[in-house]
Design a protein around this ligand. Structure first.
Ligand code: NAD
Length: 353
């Protein structure tokens, strides 16, 4: 199955969290597909941001709203009248969740609840909702430390962020099972992906953002878990999965469930491997040091089994990790050279699609 340009052209789509790293890439993609696009977020989460650099807001209607505010979400939906919703608004940082657990649960769980409740009261309009959670929503299984998680594995989460994403999964499942009619109600699916990388991410505790900052300052990158294996993938890989899923969800209730979108097995690499490759590509002295204490416990190995998405949605992880890293370095070189980053980012989307 391919991304269907006819499906997306003039389709009313709402992206929550459109000012964030993934939201900005997705919004540019949907704009180039000709969707009638709206976004809901309180503002850009970082400075600089891809959202501002690429002028993402110029191609869409924007609602400056907090997902914790039921009335504001209701009003945004009433005005945007979306047929498809891609829900990405979240507090997405593990370390911040340890400092602000209440706000993290409120944004990630109550925010998802508010959105689905507003969808419930807008019958007939919304066909498909994709709730973006995380690969971290699975319960760690110490007896199988190298397990590749499949969608039916138990949910869990050892920190508030991970657990809030597991809770968002449960909220979505309850709405799907008991509040939305299977045949004609809005259809809800959840999408689990992780360690998404790409140009234009300036988020806290994000490896590429830390590398870009370190190269600019000449300081070493401070790394939390250099030996940890992560399912790295270019941001466009899971975004293509979300688009395929939303497309298919609009056609059939059979796909209204949870989906993994992880990289190929070869692309599951350690943090230190990634840094060595980036350093070679960037060609400017990049050094790193391990952070000592104060880090939250994290699984040493986190990997997803995405065979269901491959088999049933026709999805595949298109850009390999080596290609991903080249694209990231090209993106940041262009940005430092003062290129038009909207045009440059769209050119990467076109090369991908
Ligand atoms: N980046 C990753 O590696 C990764 C991995 C797994 C899952 N995810 C999930 O993907 C989604 C997007 O992540 P991202 O990396 O783009 O994060 P981001 O921090 O760059 O963007 C988050 C977005 O949510 C918005 N937001 C935050 N609080 C809000 C609130 N109270 N009300 C409305 N909007 C609010 C922000 O303004 C921003 O637009 C999140 O749900 C995140 O948990 C990301």
């Amino acid at each position: 199955m391919a991304i269907d340009a006819d499906f997306w052209a003039r389709r009313r789509v709402l992206v929550t969290g459109h000012t964030g790293f993934k939201g900005a890439w997705l919004s540019l993609w949907l704009q180039s597909l000709g969707a009638e696009l709206s976004g809901l977020a309180p503002g850009a989460p970082t400075r600089p941001s891809l959202y501002e650099l690429a002028g993402v807001g110029a191609g869409m209607s924007e609602y400056s709203a907090d997902v914790r505010d039921l009335g504001a979400v209701r009003e945004a939906l009433a005005r945007a009248r979306p047929e498809v919703i891609l829900h990405m608004a979240a507090q997405p940082i593990v370390r911040r969740s340890l400092v602000e657990p209440v706000a993290t649960y409120e944004v990630n769980v109550l925010g998802t609840l508010n959105l689905l409740e507003c969808v419930r009261h807008a019958p007939g309009e919304v066909q498909a909702v994709v709730v973006v959670t995380s690969d971290k929503c699975y319960a760690h299984q110490p007896e199988q430390p190298r397990r590749r998680f499949v969608e039916g594995d138990p949910l869990g989460g050892a920190d508030p962020y991970s657990s809030s994403k597991a809770c968002a999964e449960l909220v979505a499942a309850a709405y799907r099972s008991s509040l939305f009619a299977r045949d004609h109600g809005p259809r809800v699916a959840t999408a689990r992906a992780g360690n998404v990388i790409g140009g234009g991410d300036w988020g806290q505790d994000r490896l590429i953002a830390d590398v870009a900052r370190a190269i600019a300052s000449g300081d070493p990158v401070r790394v939390r878990n250099p030996g940890a294996v992560r399912p790295w993938q270019h941001v466009l890989n899971p975004l293509s999965g979300y688009l395929l899923l939303a497309q298919e969800l609009s056609r059939t209730a059979d796909v209204a469930r949870a989906w993994n979108f992880g990289p190929r097995e070869d692309d599951e690499q350690t943090v230190s491997w990634l840094l060595a490759r980036l350093s070679a590509l960037w060609g400017e002295g990049l050094s790193w040091e391990a952070e000592e204490a104060g880090n939250p416990p994290e699984a040493a190995h986190l990997a997803l089994d995405s065979s269901a998405a491959e088999r049933e949605l026709g999805w595949r992880s298109h850009w390999s990790l080596p290609e991903t890293l080249e694209r990231i370095v090209q993106w940041h070189r262009a940005e430092r050279a003062g290129a038009d980053m909207r045009a440059f980012t769209v050119s990467q989307i076109e090369a991908f699609a």
